[in-house]
Design a protein around this ligand. Structure first.
Ligand code: NAP
Length: 292
């Protein structure tokens, strides 16, 4: 990794709302730059840098938490009513801070189904699922919030501890074949390092409010599963045709198969010059395998 530049350092204080899979990877990495990082969770923790924030209860984080904060990253999805948990509860507070930057992790679900066609940031969103309509509303609320917000649209996130290997080991894998269906993906390390790259080069790069972070090679799910079975030295079970499998899938799993799109990373990787750590699922999964 490039040596941390002076643009991010001990003068910066980050709050990460929703320290789940992506949030904790980001928090851990940004601490290595010398930044102060506080993270939210819905439950209490012994970690002195963690505080409780749950949009569904009335506890508001102590105001000391916000002292000197310069950067915020929200990794929290819309709540059950479709509202943004952070803006619903804390917009008034955030507006009073001298924030340099606010990041919001969104999804490429807002593009809807393009039947395998590529989608870029300049394409009009066309959400298909209810949850993607909610997501687009939340994006719009962030844009209208008057905060210095940058939105990152993400496809399927994987990384150490959350990948097809775990699904195979936990026997949660279903090998489904659907002709011409692809999924885009991103390794959690590329989410973190793309954001850090943009922050470090903030003064020299043109600001884009919406940026896709995805790898170079959208691929079928079966290809990815086959690759993992091969790495594990196991035989992949025979695939089931989607038409035969769909009634056994949960509504959420079914909904993923109803959208087929390729997410373009040209803005991030060609125009803005970020170099992916994991250009495709093979490289990304190899790193998960080695960390297993
Ligand atoms: N997973 C994917 O493949 C994928 C793909 C595209 C986009 N995304 C989106 O990208 C973001 C990050 O994804 P992720 O998979 O890293 O997330 P994640 O691991 O599911 O973490 C989500 C975090 O949000 C917190 N949270 C949820 N509801 C909350 C509420 N009402 N009030 C306060 N906190 C709440 C959770 O708190 P606790 O820690 O207390 O549980 C958790 O820390 C999410 O918005 C996700 O929807 C995910």
């Amino acid at each position: 990794m490039k040596k941390p530049a002076s643009l991010l350092g001990n003068k910066n204080k980050f709050i990460i709302f929703g320290c789940g899979f992506s949030g904790s990877f980001f928090a851990e990495t940004i601490r290595k730059f010398g930044c102060t990082v506080l993270t939210s969770s819905r439950s209490t923790s012994k970690d002195p840098n963690s505080f409780v924030f749950n949009s569904e209860d009335s506890i508001v984080p102590d105001k000391k938490i916000f002292d000197g904060v310069t950067h915020i990253l929200s990794c929290i999805p819309p709540d059950k009513d479709g509202n943004d948990p952070v803006l619903e509860k804390l917009h008034g507070k955030l507006k009073d801070l001298s924030l340099e930057w606010v990041g919001y992790l969104s999804t490429t679900g807002v593009y809807g189904n393009t039947e395998g066609g590529w989608v870029a940031e300049t394409d009009q969103p066309n959400p298909f699922q209810k949850r993607s309509h909610n997501r687009l509303n939340c994006e719009n609320k962030w844009i209208e919030s008057s905060l210095p917000v940058q939105i990152f649209r993400l496809p399927g996130i994987y990384g150490p501890g959350r990948s097809t290997y775990e699904a195979i080991k936990n026997q949660k894998i279903k090998v489904i074949l659907k002709k011409d269906q692809v999924f885009s993906r991103v390794h959690v390390a590329d989410i973190t390092h793309a954001i850090i790259y943009l922050l470090q080069n903030k003064d020299s790069l043109k600001f884009h409010q919406i940026i896709n972070i995805a790898d170079d090679e959208p691929s079928s799910q079966i290809e990815v599963i086959q690759y993992c079975y091969d790495q594990l030295g196991l035989k992949m079970p025979n695939p089931i045709l989607f038409e035969d499998a769909k009634n056994e899938l949960s509504p959420i799993a079914q909904s993923f198969w109803m959208e087929n799109r390729r997410v373009s990373n040209k803005l991030l990787c060609e125009k803005l010059g970020y170099k992916l750590i994991y250009k495709n699922y093979k490289l990304g999964l190899k790193s998960c395998f080695l960390n297993n």
